[in-house]
Design a protein around this ligand. Structure first.
Ligand code: IVH
Length: 671
């Protein structure tokens, strides 16, 4: 029989590791049932050997029966809220008030992120977690002890020594962004409702009567102040000292806290974190500034619900409510029909938003959206504004259902939805004026052919007047025709003509991207261009060959083949080339690559890679790759089955190497 002590230890280690994988890394290596089995085993061992049970055992995080309701908990010290500052001036006013009251020239502050979660109070008695409660109305909250105990980073027993007999800590329970996204992804996959934002997710998870549900939610805790405290070894003198001590006892505190000597530094801290906001692993809605010294805090005191010694400078809200007026259906370059919400303009995330994408028909159904609804618009950083939720109880009596069209709004073709796809598509291609317009707009866009001055309005006119029907027609335009367009003077016409002229000189990668092949974005276009080196081999590439290119799978390969198979596309491409579009020949010789100035030929069938790949690699190292051997050929790579080219090389005394030698040289060039 194994020593139960060893077994218990091993089980605890395993469970903590699995917990971390599940909650922090979001990559569980075991199933939920395996986790539960190990937990059950540990619980059994602990009940057979009660002397082995410790308060920080993973079994203590779970296991209480669901509650019938939450017990009220009266806070021994009221849980206060914070006053808000909305501008730099508000913050300066706060500092002035503080200094005037204290009659001091300068005051030290602590700056901390304002976490967007739920305030909780947690009590450790003689180092053991005994009670946790929500803020409630500030006087009385709800007992959520078992739920808080299920949060992994909250210590069930304090570490170190010298903790007070009674230690109440206040802080925020929140859901880190990664956990929130993973949770929502799972919810969507299981057909349940996702949460609108991490704060709602944290609130919803914490207020569960069944703590085993809370345990499955990726929650975290961060302390930001003390509550009631008894029997401390020595009194604390400042906020920063408290934070340091809490961390030593194993209680999580913010790693972003900073003590500063003057208010100007507070403003700088605010700007710093505002810039970092999107990259933080958790949502914050502002910065909290606190007078550090406890004696000064006490002298300042509190008014009704907020202390005079702290203030929260809020960031612009990332969520606002507005009204959905209408849904428009836009046809994109590839025929995909996207519903776009037209909203009453609303200031959110620092900009005025009046449109938001609704993605597809499923999204409208998921949101249960109706025209006229009040909706929550969310815009975080540079992210495209989203409708996060409908405010159901504000729905007006005359709200209208949103009907997804059966026909293309631009050309009336019947819309088609492929099996397993979420989007409806118009398959009319360039016959559809909307797709024509979108494909031209894409072709001229900055990262494609970069033709400046060809905006949506002028494209519309060119299409309406039948001057342009495919992108190739752009290269036949002249100054007089353009100058005759509405709201288009001589100067604009001249500028546009020279922009078109300039675009004739481009790169293969830009050209391939500009064609607008489905799922061929900038990166894929660049990979294709590098691999094939020239347009001709790309036009005739097989599906297998295409899949040799990095990031190209069967679906993209199919789209590429389909695109080049269309006679209309072939025609457009050859007209574009006739129109003078050109790019540097494969790997313009810059003279500083290992094979610069050399001409290589690959012949026979290579064993380790397709010939096209070997050629692409050679180009990458600066070689010109040719298909025929001549006196100018530098090296021939001959694989098994090489025939006439090999013979010719031998007769011309051109250097010939085997595949093995080629691979060896590759390794050397790469080194
Ligand atoms: S201090 C008496 N510090 O913001 C001072 N609060 O709007 C109590 N919050 O109820 C609060 N991060 O839930 C403080 N670093 C932080 C905070 C923070 C988030 C929350 C807290 C409070 C609310 C006030």
């Amino acid at each position: 029989m194994s020593d139960p002590r060893v077994l218990v230890q091993a089980l605890r280690e395993r469970l903590s590791r699995w917990s971390a994988e599940y909650y922090q890394d979001d990559s569980p290596s075991v199933s939920d049932s395996e986790f539960d089995r190990a937990l059950l085993e540990l619980r059994q061992l602990e009940s057979d050997h009660p002397e082995l049970l410790t308060p920080d055992s993973p079994t203590q995080r779970v296991g209480a029966a669901p509650l019938a309701g939450f017990e009220p908990v009266t806070h021994r010290v009221p849980m206060l809220s914070l006053d808000n500052a909305f501008s730099a001036d508000d913050l300066l006013d706060f500092d002035r008030r503080v200094r005037e009251r204290l009659a001091l020239a300068a005051v030290q502050y602590v700056c901390e992120p304002k976490l967007d979660g739920i305030a909780v109070s947690i009590v450790w008695e003689k180092g053991q977690l005994v009670l946790a409660a929500t803020r409630g109305d500030g006087q009385t909250g709800e007992g959520i002890t078992q739920n808080v105990k299920s949060i992994d980073c909250v210590p069930l027993a304090l570490s170190g020594t010298d903790f007070p007999d009674y230690l109440e800590v206040r802080g925020e329970v929140y859901m880190p962004k990664a956990g929130f996204e993973a949770f929502n992804k799972r919810a969507l996959a299981e057909g349940s409702k996702p949460f609108v934002n991490p704060r709602n997710a944290a609130a919803g998870s914490l207020r569960q009567l069944d703590s085993s549900i809370t345990r499955r939610r990726p929650l975290a805790f961060c302390a930001y102040s003390l509550g009631h405290i008894e029997g401390a070894a020595k009194p604390f003198s400042s906020h920063s000292e408290v934070m340091q001590q809490l961390a030593q006892w194993g209680i999580p505190v913010s790693e972003y806290g900073r003590r500063v000597d003057r208010i100007e530094d507070c403003e700088a801290y605010y700007e710093e974190l505002a810039a970092e906001r999107q990259d933080l692993s958790f949502d914050i809605d502002g910065i909290v500034f606190k007078v550090d010294d406890f004696a000064l805090q006490e002298a300042l005191g509190s008014v009704s619900r907020a202390p005079r010694w702290a203030i929260a400078r809020k960031f612009p809200a990332q969520e606002e409510m507005t009204i959905l007026r209408e849904v428009e259906f836009q046809v994109g370059r590839t025929g995909a029909v996207t519903p776009v919400a037209r909203l009453d303009p609303v200031f959110v995330g620092g900009v005025t938003v009046s449109n938001a994408t609704l993605h597809n028909a499923d999204e409208i159904a998921r949101l249960e959206l109706m025209q006229g609804d009040s909706v929550i618009v969310r815009r975080a950083g540079d992210v495209i504004p989203q409708i996060a939720a409908v405010v159901a109880d504000r729905r007006p009596g005359d709200a209208q259902p949103i009907v997804f069209p059966a026909n293309c709004p631009a050309c009336d073709s019947v819309l088609v939805r492929e099996a397993g796809e979420a989007v409806w598509r118009c398959e009319a291609g360039l016959v559809c004026p909307a797709q024509r317009k979108a494909s031209i707009a894409h072709f001229v866009s900055r990262r494609a052919m970069d033709i400046d001055g060809l905006g949506g309005k002028i494209i519309d006119q060119l299409i309406e007047k039948n001057l342009v029907s495919t992108v190739a027609d752009l290269y036949t335009l002249d100054r007089e025709t353009l100058a005759a367009m509405e709201r288009f003077g001589d100067k604009s016409a001249e500028n546009l003509i020279s922009a078109i002229e300039k675009s004739r000189e481009t790169t293969l990668a830009r050209f391939v991207y500009a064609l607008g092949i489905r799922e061929v974005g900038e990166t894929t276009a660049r990979q294709l261009a590098t691999y094939f080196g020239a347009l001709e081999p790309l036009l005739s590439a097989s599906k297998e060959m295409l899949q040799e290119v990095e990031d190209v799978g069967p679906v993209v390969a199919e789209h590429v083949i389909h695109f080049f198979e269309q006679p209309a596309n072939r025609e457009t491409i050859s007209r574009l080339l006739q129109g003078g579009i050109h790019w540097p020949l494969p790997q313009a010789d810059t003279g500083d690559l290992p094979l610069s100035g050399q001409a290589w030929v690959v012949t026979g069938k290579l064993e380790t890679m397709p010939r096209e790949k070997a050629e692409a690699v050679l180009r990458g190292f600066g070689a010109r790759v040719s298909s025929s051997v001549s006196g100018k050929t530098s090296v021939v790579v001959a694989g098994p089955g090489a025939g006439s080219k090999l013979k010719k090389a031998q007769s011309l005394e051109v250097s010939v190497i085997s595949e093995e030698e080629f691979l060896a040289r590759l390794a050397a060039w790469r080194a």
